[in-house]
Unconditional design. Structure first.
Lengths: 438, 385
């Protein structure tokens, strides 16, 4: 009886809905079978009671720390043997950005990179030492550190090797692997400059060593100018403690700069007049140019963007000519704030502006959008669509083409590749990662 | 000069507090990013968001913080011993080099015992671990101009210690802190000198004009004199009083680092590609071995295997070394190799695996329980019959 009643209500609602929709767009409905819905089979998902609707759900005492629905188990970080050094201890697991929503990465999906494995630090034994060219050196417990006045900022962190496997050509038919060496979060911590107000930097302090307490004792050298600008010591990530993969209990955050500089499991900051030459800032994280000279101290991740929907992972195979779809993507710049994104359907030969949407924050992921009507066979002028996005920032930078970037950097530099990414849509709606290059 | 910079940066927030009262800013307008700090370009080539009207970019800031922070000291002064215990970094000028010594000969023995299983014979690498040497560092430095930009099938650059690293202090420091990888900080100072000496030797690095031979003993004073082949291979300069400004000047020119600046109104909107640009596809299958395999369906996960996840544990903890013979470990599937291992009896196999043997760290570096570890051993043997 209940079912009958609700079916009647649905019919009434549907009639209302059809009338309104038809008034808005008669043509949009043409060719669909919505108006002749009586002729179609009824959907069992509507017609039958569903299992979760007829029995008790979990008590609130279950999963006191909530976990995703079991149905979401494919939404995970992923790794590949190519990047498996150290038995996955000096390795990376990358973020499924094809599944990302908004500009925040859930903590469990935030990309994970370490040089000696993910350390598990006892917060009671945690100590942070700040010394060197300061008037007053200091040792802080975690509790003492968190007493400093905090700030909360939304920033992406990007491994500068994001896209670095593809200098010589596309390799990953996946946006997760081609562009997912990055994530974004809302971080809470203290500006280092706030702590330094009392400690007092000595006049010839030009550099700061940041060192981790993990098995590899990962260290990097940071210029004092960044320390006195927006460098943070963070303990909060999206409203909770940092995850172990992000350096629990404390990491360095240098907004916009190489993820590797944002030292995790942070134990020590030392100020000096000369730089250190740590392993990761000499043997790695340096960009070899055709001259044979390599760029060291390559700090900021340059303006960048990619289409995230469609993707090789979630293609357009369920769409047909005339369907209207939202193309979405991410843009980001470690040098400032995104000011615009252009989209191309011919691999970057011609562009139209896309729309930014949601919050547009400095040194943060920024989401962009474009409403698109699918052409026949996913073709324009007889050629398959090749989607490309090109972002700009308020520092005045724009993404270079692959040709423009390689003309200066060659193809051996590994790091900091921000050439325009391109995605071909086949006649059946599959999406392939391609490059446009001479 | 730097003192002045710092005062200017810090005083920006004080100036902002004044601005509120003088009413020179309208409302809470979002301050724009600026490309200069104290009249100089930013050090990274990006913009800087000054605190204006109690805001930095879109974020409000509490103006009390900059003033009160001058009085906050929440911790304590480290003791001299604490500083000594943690301040163990090395700098290229010799700062931090400890007293001690080690010979190439001792280094080779240590290498064979603790390093070769990952870094390969004579540092040749393998199994995803970095190579430490590929021959004469001075000769190999010449390969750094190899660039497969115009010659896709040519040889690429060789970036190993001898050909690429600028400073020997980096090697010593990293061995002491980070090696051997599964049990770091277990080498003595003398052992670290010995291993450094051996790696210098296999890279054919010279000391005072002579190649470092097997008789060579490395110590603090000698290490300070060694200049590596690629010492001058990096830009921009970071050393000395001008270091930060040299970096600043470098990033002020987008052409130095492959970036591009444009007036937004003049950006290219059509005919933007080189006429020669064509669509390049992934060669073959590309890199497509993703773990776990790529999938986007919404479904319930498949139930665990009946062997208690031994296969999964194997893949996560053991496969890197046991998938083939390149790491010197018995390869799964190699019946002969495993017959030799199990000939000692299963108790010995479990014991050796749990405690480590040859190059294998205890339990392969995994944190499996003894029971789970044994089930993985059983699984590997079952796959090798």
């Amino acid at each position: 009886m209940d079912n009958k009643k609700s079916n009647h209500e649905i019919d009434v609602n549907k009639r209302d809905f059809f009338r309104k929709t038809a008034a808005l767009s008669v043509t949009a409905l043409a060719g669909t079978s919505l108006l002749s819905s009586n002729a179609r089979a009824d959907d069992p998902a509507i017609m039958h009671h569903v299992p979760w609707g007829q029995k008790w759900g979990d008590p609130v005492t279950k999963n006191r720390y909530g976990i995703p629905s079991a149905y979401e188990h494919n939404v995970t970080r992923r790794n590949t043997k190519l990047l498996a050094s150290g038995n996955y201890r000096a390795s990376i697991a990358v973020t499924p950005i094809h599944e990302s929503m908004g500009i925040i990465t859930p903590n469990g999906l935030f990309f994970s990179r370490s040089h000696g494995g993910v350390a598990h630090v006892d917060p009671n034994q945690y100590r942070l030492m700040i010394h060197g060219l300061v008037e007053k050196p200091i040792v802080l417990t975690l509790e003492q550190l968190k007493k400093y006045p905090s700030v909360t900022r939304t920033h992406f962190i990007e491994c500068p090797a994001n896209g670095g496997q593809e200098w010589r050509g596309p390799q990953f038919n996946s946006v997760q692997f081609a562009k997912g060496f990055m994530s974004s979060a809302e971080w809470t911590g203290v500006y280092i400059k706030t702590i330094l107000e009392d400690l007092g930097l000595k006049p010839d302090a030009r550099w700061m060593l940041a060192e981790g307490s993990d098995n590899s004792e990962m260290g990097r050298t940071v210029p004092v100018e960044k320390v006195l600008d927006d460098a943070m010591i963070v303990w909060g990530q999206n409203g909770e403690a940092l995850r172990p993969e992000q350096g629990y209990p404390v990491r360095l955050l240098l907004p916009g700069w190489e993820g590797n500089l944002c030292v995790k499991w942070l134990k020590r900051l030392e100020f000096a007049s000369e730089p250190w030459y740590c392993k990761e800032e000499t043997s790695k994280y340096t960009a070899l140019k055709p001259s044979g000279k390599a760029i060291q101290h390559f700090y900021a991740n340059e303006v960048n963007s990619t289409v995230t929907s469609p993707s090789p992972e979630i293609p357009w195979t369920n769409l047909k000519e005339g369907d209207i779809v939202e193309i979405e993507g991410l843009a980001w710049s470690g040098m400032g704030t995104i000011t615009g994104v252009d989209i191309s359907f011919d691999g970057g030969n011609s562009y139209v502006p896309a729309s930014l949407k949601g919050l547009v924050l400095p040194k943060s992921w920024t989401r962009w959008s474009y409403m698109y009507t699918i052409p026949k066979d996913f073709q324009i002028n007889g050629k398959q669509i090749i989607l490309a996005s090109r972002a700009m920032d308020d520092a005045g930078y724009i993404q270079p083409t692959v040709d423009e970037e390689t003309a200066i950097m060659g193809v051996e530099s590994v790091y900091h590749r921000n050439g325009i990414e391109t995605w071909e849509v086949t006649a059946t709606g599959e999406v392939n990662h391609v490059q446009l290059r001479s | 000069m730097f003192n002045l910079d710092r005062k200017l940066i810090i005083s920006a927030s004080v100036a902002a507090a004044v601005a509120v009262f003088s009413g020179c800013m309208s409302g809470n307008a979002e301050p724009k990013g600026e490309s200069t700090v104290n009249g100089k370009p930013t050090i990274d080539g990006g913009v800087y968001y000054p605190v204006v009207n109690d805001k930095t970019g879109p974020y409000y800031v509490n103006p009390q913080v900059a003033i009160d922070a001058k009085k906050i000291y929440n911790g304590r002064v480290p003791t001299a011993n604490e500083l000594k215990a943690w301040d163990k970094d090395l700098m290229p000028d010799g700062t931090g080099y400890p007293e001690g010594e080690g010979s190439v000969e001792d280094g080779e023995a240590l290498y064979e015992a603790q390093c070769v299983m990952c870094h390969g014979d004579f540092g040749s690498g393998g199994g995803g671990y970095p190579a430490l040497a590929k021959g004469n560092g001075y000769e190999l430095k010449k390969t750094l101009t190899n660039n497969r930009y115009k010659n896709a099938d040519g040889d690429g650059p060789v970036r190993v210690f001898g050909s690429y690293w600028p400073k020997v202090s980096t090697l010593w420091w990293y061995i002491q802190d980070g090696m051997p990888h599964p049990m770091s900080k277990t080498l003595t100072v003398d052992e670290t000198y010995a291993l450094t000496a051996y790696i210098l030797n296999i890279n054919e690095i010279e000391y005072e004009g002579e190649p470092i031979d097997e008789e060579f003993v490395l110590d603090r004073e000698k290490m300070m004199k060694i200049v590596l082949p690629n010492n001058d291979g990096f830009i921009p300069n970071i050393d000395g009083p001008t270091g930060p400004d040299d970096v600043r000047a470098f990033y002020a020119d987008p052409n130095n680092f492959g970036a591009k600046k444009v007036n937004p109104a003049e950006r290219c909107m059509k005919d933007c590609l080189e006429p020669t640009a064509k669509v390049t596809y992934i060669a073959g299958a590309g890199i497509s071995e993703f773990l776990p395999p790529m999938a986007t369906e919404r479904s319930l996960p498949k139930t665990e295997e009946s062997n208690g996840g031994a296969k999964k544990h194997y893949e996560e903890a053991c496969m890197m070394c046991h998938a083939d013979t390149s790491m010197g470990a018995p390869a799964v599937g190699d019946a002969k190799a495993w017959a030799a291992v199990t000939a000692k009896g299963m108790d010995a196999v479990y014991h050796n695996g749990i405690n480590g043997i040859n190059g294998m760290p205890p339990k392969g570096g995994s944190d499996l329980s003894d029971a789970d570890f044994k089930s993985v051993v059983d699984y590997m043997i079952s796959q090798s019959k």
